[in-house]
Design a protein around this ligand. Structure first.
Ligand SMILES: Nc1ncnc2c1ncn2[C@@H]1O[C@H](COP(=O)(O)OP(=O)(O)OP(=O)(O)O)[C@@H](O)[C@H]1O
Length: 654
């Protein structure tokens, strides 16, 4: 039994089923699961309120941490109070009581230490759990977004939002309540002051309204700067990302200098924003922190006067001075909290900008699964533009493929050939008309089931930094080695893979750049064949393969294509040979259909298109010759690099 047939057994040949229920994370400990909560959907709410469900999802550990921090705090505040009393008692009344007070102080210090450690440990764990949830949420959202979204965004922007923005939101969500609890030390200290001397307690707090005013001003001026920093961090990330992904183009054009200047300019702009931020911090932070010290001056003045006039005990004055110093730490933290809050607010808005975008291609209510398609495809009066109100790429496009047909779509460059394949797979939805598979509008089918019935091979295949075997088995990870090898043979890849140092275990470099363009394409064809889809779309899938090798691949493919519906987006003369029928595309519609021979004989425009294709091929041949002469294609290097130990500091979770 062939691989093709084997993979089909056990499933009905054709039909539709009910839509799959939404993904439910597996039960049990959520170590690597879906995020525990989502960001609030109401955009009119503040960023903090929208983020609250994520924090609340970690309530037990979070509350325990806050409670312990409160315990530690109360004990810390009690220490000066006990000290003041101890001093007073020992000096004025009973000297022997000093031992008793010393023991109480040691016990209090021990309780404060244990509570402090445990609360911090719990807080850190919660902080990273929040970060984990935020990042998963962000990635899960990105994975749902449609192609039209990725057409517009820069990957550097997304990377920066997934990293530094999430980090600053996490820091605030986790630490703000902790800092607020710590700041309640000020309230406790004030309460104790009131029990000692009421007028003196109010004098100690004289400067607090000024602290509030300075804090409010600081918040106002820091928000735009925080936003600017995050935006410029993303700008730098984008340039670095483009330089790394596009390093071959940069080097081919000897444009390193220009790119460095571009990066330096972005880094300079980032530096300016950071310095502005530091300047504002330097102005406001000491002001907020030291206003409290001014209170100490008033305590000493009034307290000293009261002691001299026997209206206050020396021990009470000592307690007061210690309590005023205790006020300082919360106010220091308050300054920090304001800064963190401004950065988190800017970052949250940048994250929400992504999360508030909705995918345009989604499962409709009542969508059904396409199960083992027969492979009947129809495009009916399809019109499509990439941008709303933009030029129509397809305009009244009609095409029919019966089960088992192999049809090539041919047209000038930019005529819309690849767009036809993208509409079939619902990378985009049609503007008007319908695309039908087995008689079902593709919009009435679940996206996942539709795509699992279609194998798509693109002219620029993306390979992952993994072994060749894993790359081929990407869509079918459980496939046994025999099937992987059979798919590779059909794609004409087996021989060159066998010649690599580690054969199928050879790890390819990022995006598969350690292989030639033609080798990458053959692996991509094998990857699609292994999934064994009833429908195959070959979008210029052999463009980088020598004509000789392509002929061999065609022989293997023909065997595989039998009984399967194949749409060939043909940019090459030789590829057209794979098809039984050709559809000629011009100005968004099919203007002629027939065999290659019929069109050659009867349609002069077809001849003109093929003449253009031939001239493009010559250019591609020249580029391929250059690619072959590149010195940086060393498959063995990638394997060696992949074997490098990158982490020695512990055991990573598997
Ligand atoms: N993601 C996109 N966003 C906006 N316009 C696009 C997008 N992709 C393609 N286009 C435009 O749509 C038109 C058709 O593109 P398509 O890739 O389908 O043409 P093609 O016939 O396959 O071209 P080629 O033979 O050069 O690969 C082109 O004008 C192209 O500029």
């Amino acid at each position: 039994m062939s691989l093709l047939n084997r993979l089909h057994t056990g499933r009905p040949r054709t039909g539709v089923g009910t839509a799959q229920p939404p993904f439910v994370p597996p039960a049990g400990p959520q170590r690597y699961g879906a995020p525990r909560a989502a960001i609030g959907a109401d955009r009119s709410h503040s960023w903090l309120r929208r983020a609250l469900p994520i924090v609340l999802a970690h309530r037990p550990a979070f509350l325990a941490s806050l409670l312990l921090s409160l315990v530690g705090l109360v004990v810390q505040v009690l220490i000066p109070w006990v000290l003041g009393h101890g001093a007073l008692n020992a000096i004025m009344r009973d000297r022997s009581s000093i031992t008793h007070y010393a023991i109480v102080l040691v016990v209090l210090a021990a309780v404060a230490a244990v509570a402090g450690y445990t609360s911090r440990r719990l807080l850190m764990t919660t902080a990273y759990a929040i970060e984990f949830d935020l990042r998963n949420l962000f990635y899960a959202h990105l994975s749902k977004m449609s192609f039209s979204y990725y057409d517009k965004v820069q990957s550097g922007q997304l990377i920066s939002r997934a990293n530094s923005d999430i980090r600053s939101v996490q820091a605030y969500l986790a630490y703000a309540p902790f800092i607020l609890v710590q700041s309640s030390m000020a309230v406790l200290a004030f309460g104790l002051m009131l029990t000692v001397n009421v007028p003196l307690a109010f004098v100690a707090m004289l400067t607090v309204p000024f602290v509030y005013l300075a804090g409010a001003r600081m918040r106002r001026v820091m928000l735009p700067v925080s936003w600017l920093i995050q935006a410029r961090l993303a700008e730098v990330a984008t340039i670095v990302d483009e330089n790394v992904s596009g390093v071959r183009v940069v080097k081919a054009f000897a444009a390193e200098g220009g790119q460095l200047r571009l990066l330096a300019r972005a880094a300079e702009r980032l530096k300016w924003a950071c310095v502005r931020d530091a300047d504002l911090r330097a102005r406001f932070t000491p002001l907020i922190q030291n206003l409290v010290q001014v209170g100490l001056v008033f305590i000493l003045l009034l307290g000293g006067w009261l002691v001299i006039h026997d209206r206050l005990q020396v021990g009470d004055l000592l307690t007061f001075s210690l309590l005023v110093v205790m006020l300082q730490a919360p106010f220091q933290m308050l300054g920090q909290l304001i800064m963190m809050g401004q950065r988190a607010s800017a970052s949250a808005k940048r994250i929400y900008e992504v999360l508030d975008e909705h995918p345009t291609v989604v499962d409709r209510a009542g969508a059904v699964d396409l199960v083992s398609s027969r492979g009947e495809i129809r495009f009916e009066s399809v019109s499509f533009a990439y941008d709303e109100g933009g030029p129509l790429v397809l305009d009244g496009f009609d095409l029919r493929l019966n089960p088992g047909d192999t049809v090539a779509v041919v047209g000038r460059a930019g005529a819309g050939k690849s767009t036809v394949g993208r509409l079939l797979t619902r990378f985009y939805d049609v503007g008007a008309g319908r695309v039908l598979v087995d008689g079902h509008d593709v919009r009435d089918l679940t996206v996942a089931s539709l795509r699992s019935n279609i194998g798509l091979v693109l002219d620029e295949p993306f390979l992952f930094s993994a072994s060749i075997r894993d790359n081929i088995a990407y869509g079918h990870p459980d496939a046994d080695f025999g099937d992987v090898e059979a798919a590779a043979r059909s794609a004409g890849a087996h021989e060159f893979i066998g010649a690599l140092p580690d054969g199928y275990d050879t790890v390819v470099g990022e995006r598969g750049y350690t292989l030639s363009g033609g080798q990458r394409q053959r692996i991509a064809i094998a990857r699609a064949l292994l999934v064994n889809p009833p429908i195959l779309v070959l979008d210029d899938a052999t463009s980088a393969i020598d004509v000789q090798v392509e002929r061999q691949i065609h022989a293997g493919l023909r065997e595989r294509l039998a009984g399967r519906t194949t749409l060939v987006i043909a940019h090459r003369l030789s590829t057209i040979g794979l098809a039984d029928r050709v559809a000629l595309l011009d100005r968004g519609r099919v203007i002629a259909e027939g065999t290659h021979q019929e069109l050659m004989e009867t349609v002069p425009f077809y001849q003109a298109v093929l003449a253009q294709v031939a001239s493009d091929e010559e250019q591609q041949d020249r580029e391929r010759a250059w690619e072959r002469s590149r010195p940086d294609r060393q498959p063995g290097d990638a394997a060696a690099r992949a074997g490098d130990s990158w982490f020695d500091g512990g055991t990573e979770p598997s």
